[in-house]
Design a protein. Structure first.
Ligand SMILES: O=C(O)CCC(=O)C(=O)O
Length: 292
């Protein structure tokens, strides 16, 4: 089953429907080419300096990865906090949480000669298996043209429908995301996917952002990857996405500062950050978006 394609003028509801049906969808030409080029340039020194620190059987030995993406590449904010991404994530995640967050943020450069990564699900760390409740949505931005030959992300369409406690899907039925630089592959956290083998003679760079329900622990600690002095430079919604906001306000209140009931009012860690109402998924946001 080929991966459905949309473009930057498509409506987020249609993309979310394709995701619910197939588990993955590509949106072509979503990022401006200048943004992509700037992000690539900003990522380069850190990828070269520390990209191999994550070397492992799973991550590969010819793949560079870094997680402090926004600390070294501030221009990537335009991708992480992209309106289309947030609109699709709203559709998929907000039915199940008060506000959602970034679970992991990783720049990945697959070098020539790297083998295929094991197919996997991003939801694996969470021991929950609830049909109809998606825990995460991933967005892989192509910072190079992605092809099957250079390691374009492989996905197994339909594999999100098989609960983990049931049978394994047929993982031989994968499709490689074939997409031009600046396009984005959206996929559900329940979807089986993985990096492809790079059989070309050029590297393949991508930026993968995973957004999760706000009541789950982040896979990669965004407060350490992007400490307050870095987060202070970002827009309120991006700070909220990094987790610098509590989840909910009533019985669902989580992420308070100093652990006191009364302290959440002036958290976190700058009082005005909360006043700016940067959270995604709040009533205030919904009102602002609808223009009412
Ligand atoms: O690099 C890719 O295309 C996918 C990487 C991935 O899924 C992962 O590392 O979890």
């Amino acid at each position: 089953m080929p991966i459905s394609e949309f473009d930057r003028s498509s409506d987020p509801e249609s993309i979310a429907s394709a995701l619910r049906r197939d588990g993955a969808a590509v949106v072509t030409g979503l990022a401006d080419v200048e943004v992509v080029e700037t992000v690539r340039t900003e990522l380069r020194p850190e990828l070269d300096a520390s990209g191999l620190r994550t070397e492992s059987d799973f991550n590969g030995s010819k793949t560079l990865r870094i997680s402090n993406v926004l600390s070294v590449a501030p221009s990537a904010a335009a991708l992480v906090d992209h309106d289309m991404v947030v609109a699709v994530a709203d559709e998929v995640l907000l039915p199940h949480c008060a506000t959602y967050q970034i679970s992991s943020l990783t720049a990945i450069e697959i070098l020539p000669g790297e083998g295929a990564q094991a197919l996997h699900r991003d939801d694996t760390p969470f021991p929950i298996d609830n049909a109809g409740m998606e825990l995460q949505i991933g967005v892989m931005w192509a910072l190079d043209d992605f092809t099957e030959e250079n390691g374009g992300t492989r996905v197994v369409p339909g594999s999100h429908r098989i609960l983990r406690s049931w049978h394994l899907p047929d993982l031989s039925k994968w499709e490689a995301a074939d997409m031009s630089k600046g396009s984005a592959l959206f996929y559900l956290g329940s979807m089986w996917h993985g990096g492809g083998a790079n059989r070309s003679n050029a590297s393949r760079m991508g930026l993968i952002n995973v957004y999760s329900l706000g009541w789950l622990r982040q896979e990669s600690n965004q407060y350490l990857n992007h400490p307050p002095e870095i987060a202070a430079k970002f827009a309120p919604r991006l700070r909220a996405l990094l987790g610098y906001t509590p989840h909910g306000s009533g019985d669902d209140l989580l992420g308070t500062f100093r652990g006191k009931c009364t302290a959440w009012v002036d958290t976190p860690p700058e009082p005005q950050w909360r006043e700016e109402r940067g959270q995604v998924g709040t009533a205030a946001d919904a009102k602002a978006q609808s223009g009412v």
